[in-house]
Design a protein around this ligand. Structure first.
Ligand code: UDP
Length: 340
């Protein structure tokens, strides 16, 4: 039976892919997004109601609960620039930690008891062992990670006090785009490796700077677990099924379990595009651990989820997105970035 679901941040990168997938399985979606980083064009299904506004706006949130009576909330709305979080911690704690309380209190008042939370491997901080499972100590090393960890803690308290059950989905490196090139990654500023490598190929950027080549890894560059946005979206659908089936609050890593180095991503970008990636080798970026890889067995055991896409799929779908007439930018109709 179709559920009414409130999706915060549903016009953002991962949110928009998830909204599309939830709509495809017949759910009735209301998106609340302040459009600071979201794109109205990313909400592609006409049956989705898109509301522009703040999560912290009590009157607006109350009205949404009265009008749509959501049975679950899928919560993406957050700021996620690590460097900015160090410079402006207040912005992160206000938006990522405090603002969701308005939504949680509306849930409590209206008897809505299911919450799916976009958490992050940044809540673990520096890895003490790899691959990292959900038992890994959580000692985040920046305000971004702490702002997300605090909401995990708050959600545990809300389960205890008010019976609101949550799934914390701890994403590793989100990447990739929809297979049809309709939805994709359009961040401003862009900081992520795959789009930056591809925009160096297309000539939109001069070059890609590789942050460090002297790490204790086989090729000297950092290793990450690149998880495709379509797999992330699928995990949200499965997390909702888990809560609908009476599941209690739990945390699941979302990763492939495979590590890919920066140099390997550059190699994939060259294979996929058939062109060289102009590269400059630079110093390490502060705060980057050498290796971050998920142990993702729990998501399989608890949610019945596993990753179906790999790093090559991420590069291919990202290049396809950038090769559309919009050039991988929402609201643009200019020439494509590269050959399709
Ligand atoms: N990276 C890089 N050059 C860039 C951007 C990223 O070498 O211009 C590296 C970064 O040091 C990390 C990996 O690529 O090892 C993934 O970085 P990204 O910012 O995409 O994600 P993060 O791991 O920081 O969440």
């Amino acid at each position: 039976m179709a559920q009414s679901i409130l999706v915060t941040g549903g016009a953002g990168y991962i949110g928009s892919h998830t909204v599309r997938m939830l709509t495809d399985v017949g759910q009735k979606i209301v998106v609340l997004d302040n459009m600071v980083y979201g794109h109205p064009e990313a909400v592609v299904s006409p049956e989705v109601m898109l509301v522009r506004g703040e999560m912290a706006d009590e009157e607006l949130v109350e009205r949404l609960f009265q009008e749509h009576a959501p049975q679950a909330v899928v919560h993406f709305a957050a700021y996620c620039y690590v460097g900015e979080s160090v410079q402006q911690p207040g912005k992160y704690y206000r938006n990522n930690t405090a603002a969701p309380l308005t939504v949680l209190d509306a849930m409590r008042r209206h008897g809505c008891d299911r919450f799916i939370f976009s958490s992050t491997c940044a809540t673990y901080g520096n890895p003490e062992y790899v691959p990292m499972d959900e038992q890994h100590p959580q000692n985040p090393i920046n305000p971004y990670g702490r702002s997300k960890l605090m909401l995990e803690r708050i959600l545990r308290d809300y389960e205890h006090a008010h019976g609101i059950r949550s799934v914390f989905l701890r994403y590793f490196n989100a990447c990739g785009c929809s297979l049809d090139g309709v939805l994709g990654e359009d961040h401003d500023p862009e900081t992520h490796l795959i789009p930056l490598a591809l925009r160096a190929v297309s000539g939109e950027r001069d070059k890609l700077t590789v942050f460090g080549t002297d790490y204790d890894t086989p090729d000297g560059t950092c290793i990450r677990d690149y998880i495709h946005v379509l797999d992330l979206a699928d995990a949200h659908v499965k997390a909702l099924e888990y809560l609908n089936g009476g599941g209690q609050t739990t945390a699941c890593n979302l990763g492939t379990g495979d590590g890919t180095s920066v140099k390997q991503i550059i190699g994939l970008a060259e294979e996929v595009t058939g062109q060289p990636v102009p590269v400059e080798y630079g110093p390490r970026r502060p705060g980057d651990p050498p290796r971050l890889v998920a142990a993702a067995q729990k998501a399989k055991d608890v949610l019945g989820w596993e990753a179906h896409y790999g790093a090559r799929d991420a590069v291919e779908t990202a290049w396809n997105w950038m090769s559309q007439p919009h050039g991988g930018r929402y609201g643009q109709t200019g020439p494509a970035a590269g050959p399709a």
